[in-house]
Write a protein that binds this ligand. Sequence first.
Ligand SMILES: C[S@@+](CC[C@H](N)C(=O)[O-])C[C@H]1O[C@@H](n2cnc3c(N)ncnc32)[C@H](O)[C@@H]1O
Length: 304
Amino acid sequence: MEQAYHIPVLLKEVIEALSVQPDGIYVDCTFGGGGHSKAILEKLSAKGKLVAFDQDEEARKNLPPDERVIFIPHNFRHLQRFLRLHNLAAVDGILADLGVSSHQFDEASRGFSTRFNAELDMRMDLRQDKTAHDVLSGYSEQQLHKLFEQYGEVTNAKTLARTIVQLRSVTLLKTIDGFKNALRGIVKGNPNKYFAQVFQALRIEVNDELGALKEMLQQVPPLLRPGGRVAIITFHSLEDRLVKNFFRQGSFEETEQNPFIMTENANELKPITKKPIVPTEKEMKENPRSRSAKLRVAEKLMMV
Ligand SMILES: C[S@@+](CC[C@H](N)C(=O)[O-])C[C@H]1O[C@@H](n2cnc3c(N)ncnc32)[C@H](O)[C@@H]1O
């Protein structure tokens, strides 16, 4: 049996949250297997439109034969630029379901998974130069330490960074098996969990996932029509914090609210979800990859 490209996470919740207007224009920033996109299309009339981004050309094969769909095989950090190119100044809803698809993860040659041996690649966009091998061979010890600590929450990030720098003077660190074997001596705790954290950190760095998310979020308020909704599904606490802060205050840093000082609220978004929406027990059981998903939704204010 052929494996599903990707099972959409929080599907019902996303579609409800977007409150799809039949004649509206919607953007799916992360088309992947098209699960969310297809559900949006079902809600749209013949006049509606769906703009689907995916920086991985492979996602194109999942496009439905549907004239209402415009596919943009680029990074969603260029959201506004590509919408303008298609003469779209404002849209009714924007969705992003971050991270990699199951297909990318399960495709050994892409190098995302610790389960297979392949080159240390991890690029979502194969037109990009930088691979995981480049990060491992070119980054300074401090840079490696920081990324393993922050993106992977690897307990011995400092030792790991030092070991990589020592190893690379004698070996190439080109393949997954070579990399894992070379690190056997410093693995802390369960090796599967340890390598999953190390790989997650490398993937986030290779694809500049936090940088792309920030750039995309900043383009959301000017692109949304008043009353339009934005829905973001994250899988990492750093991503969730960026989305939470941006929806609440229009910036990424956590700021103390002083109730005695009236500040001008320049934020054009109003969060709809105080707490993130998470998958039900049933969904987590049926689709374990949904486990760490968090959905946050915001609405563009009618008047600012
Ligand atoms: C979790 S999957 C999305 C799955 C999709 N919602 C579905 O129902 O099948 C994420 C997809 O977004 C793409 N992606 C991730 N970051 C991206 C970015 N910055 N720009 C464009 N596409 C991105 C990945 O290539 C992947 O195909």
